[in-house]
Design a protein around this ligand. Structure first.
Ligand code: IMO
Ligand code: MG
Length: 399
C-alpha cells in the first residue's frame, strides 16, 4: 500500500480496512513524521510508528527501513486501547531517532530561512543522515556495547551538546529490548507458510527522497519497490501494489504545488476536508487533483488498482476541476518526470469540471460520482477498487 500524492492520502484508513485479509502489517519506511488516522465511532486513533493494523489485532512489524523514535513508540503503545495490541516486533536494523536529531532538524530548518522544507521536525532527516555517516546506533546496538564517542565528538565539533545521550540510550533499551527481532525473517516465515503480510508505506510518492520534488521531500524512499528493500526481502516477496489517492490534493510544508487553490475557496476546501496535519497540526495546503503527477506515481509504483479517498468532501463543493497538463515557459507538457526540475514554474492546465454536490453514497455510487470515477479509470488506466466517503471505518465501499 503506497501513497500516490504528497502524503495524507488516507493510508491509515485503507490499511485498517484491508488488514482483515492479512496475518500481519509491516511498516517499511519513514518514521514518526507519518500520521495515519483510523476513526471508529467518532474516536480518532493516529499512528505515527505502529502499523495501522493495530486496531484489528494483527501482528505488527516495524521493518528495518523505519526510523524509530523510542519516545514516540512508548507513547503510542501506551495509548493503544486495551486488547488492540497485537504482537509487535521492531527490526534490530532500524535506525533510532534521538533528541539530538530533533534539535538538529529544527536548527537546519531555521538555517534554511525562507527556503525551509517545512519538515515535521521529528528528526527524521538528521537520523537518516547520521546513519548514512555511520555514526548513530541502531535498535540492536542498544543490546550490545555501542561506542557513542564518535557521534558525541561529531556533535561537539559542530557546537552541539550531546549530554544526555547515554540516559536516552538506556531508556530506549529498556523500552525496545523486548520487541527487537528479525522482521525480514518473520515476514518470510509467514509468507512461506501460506500467510500474507500487508506492507504499509508512509508519506507519498511525490515526497520520495530521490524521485519526488527534491529538495522538498522526506528523507526516505516512499515507492513500492522500496518495500522489499526496506524490510530486507527479495522482490519476489512483493505482490501487486495498491495506490491510495485523495480525490483532491494536499501538501504540508514548502515546495511546488501546481494545482494549489488559495484564498477563500482553498480555506473552504481545507475546512470541509479537515485538512490539518495529524502529526504537527499545521494547516495543509490544498488544491485540485493532478493527473500529470498521478500518472508518474502510477508508473513508478506499478499501480493498477487504487483506493480513492474523501469523495464526501467533493460532494460538498459546488464544482471542481482536474489538472491534465502543465504549462511551463510557454509550452505544455504531461510528462511529470521532465517537468520536475521546473515544477515551481508550472501552471496547471485544467480539463473537465465535475460537480456532484449533495450526492451521497448509500450502498452504491450515485451516477454523477460514477462519471468522475469512470473518467479517472480511463485517464489513468487504473481500477478504483475501494472508495472512501467519510472518515469513519464503516464509510468505505468496495467497487
Ligand atoms: P503520512 O505518512 C504529509 C512532509 C513534511 C515536509 C517533508 C519533509 O501521514 O502521509 P520530514 O519531517 O519528513 O523531513 O519532512 O515531508 N511529510 C509529510 N507530509 N504526510 C506525511 O506522512 C509526511 N511526512 C513528511 O511536511 O514537507
Ligand atoms: Mg498523514
Amino acid at each position: 500500500m503506497v501513497g500516490l500524492q504528497w502524503g495524507d492520502e488516507g493510508k491509515g484508513k485503507v490499511v485498517d480496512y484491508l488488514a482483515d485479509g492479512f496475518d500481519a502489517v509491516v511498516r517499511f519506511n519513514g518514521g514518526s513524521n507519518a500520521g495515519h488516522t483510523v476513526v471508529i465511532d467518532g474516536q480518532r486513533h493516529t499512528f505515527h510508528l505502529i502499523p495501522s493494523g493495530a486496531l484489528k489485532g494483527k501482528e505488527l512489524l516495524v521493518g528495518a527501513g523505519v526510523a524509530v523514535d523510542p519516545a514516540v513508540m512508548g507513547e503510542e503503545l501506551s495509548l493503544l486501547p486495551e486488547g488492540a495490541r497485537g504482537k509487535l516486533t521492531v527490526d534490530g536494523r532500524c535506525l533510532l531517532v534521538s533528541p539530538m536529531d530533533k534539535e538538529l532538524d529544527s536548527a537546519l530548518e531555521e538555517m534554511r530561512g525562507p527556503s525551509a522544507i517545512g519538515t515535521t521536525r521529528r528528526g527524521i532527516g538528521p537520523a537518516y543522515a547520521m546513519r548514512a555517516l555511520r555514526l548513530s546506533p541502531r535498535a540492536s546496538d542498544l543490546l550490545a556495547s555501542f561506542d557513542f564517542s564518535p557521534i558525541e565528538s561529531f556533535y561537539r565539533r559542530f557546537g552541539l551538546d550531546p549530554g544526555g545521550l547515554d540516559k536516552w540510550a538506556e531508556a530506549s533499551r529498556q523500552l525496545l529490548a523486548p520487541m527487537i527481532g528479525d522482521v525480514a525473517a518473520r515476514v518470510v516465515d509467514i509468507c512461506d507458510s501460506g500467510g500474507s503480510v500487508l506492507y504499509e508505506s508512509s508519506q507519498g510518492t511525490l515526497l520520495d527522497l530521490v524521485h519526488g520534488s527534491y529538495p522538498y521531500v522526506t528523507s526516505t524512499h516512499t515507492v513500492s519497490s522500496y518495500a522489499p528493500a526496506g524490510i530486507g526481502l527479495s522482490p519476489s516477496y512483493s505482490g501487486a501494489p495498491l495506490g491510495v489517492m485523495k480525490c483532491y490534493l494536499t501538501r504540508v510544508g514548502g515546495g511546488p504545488f501546481p494545482t494549489e487553490v488559495a484564498g477563500e475557496l482553498g480555506e473552504s476546501l481545507r475546512s470541509l476536508g479537515k485538512e490539518y496535519g495529524a502529526t504537527t497540526g499545521r494547516p495543509r495546503r490544498v488544491g485540485w487533483l493532478d493527473l500529470v503527477s498521478l500518472k508518474y506515481s502510477m508508473s513508478i509504483n506499478g499501480v493498477r488498482e487504487v483506493a480513492l479517498s474523501k469523495l464526501d468532501v467533493l460532494s460538498k463543493v459546488k464544482e471542481f476541476k482536474v489538472c491534465v497538463a502543465y504549462k511551463i515557459g510557454g509550452s505544455e507538457t504531461t510528462d511529470f518526470g521532465r517537468a520536475l526540475p521546473r515544477l515551481g514554474e508550472a501552471d496547471a492546465v485544467y480539463g473537465p469540471t465535475f460537480a456532484f454536490r449533495g450526492a451521497e453514497i448509500a450502498g452504491r455510487i450515485p451516477e454523477p460520482m460514477r462519471e468522475f470515477i469512470d473518467y479517472l479509470e480511463s485517464e489513468l488506466k487504473v481500477r478504483v477498487r475501494l472508495a472512501s466517503y467519510g472518515e469513519d471505518r464503516t464509510q468505505t465501499i468496495e467497487l
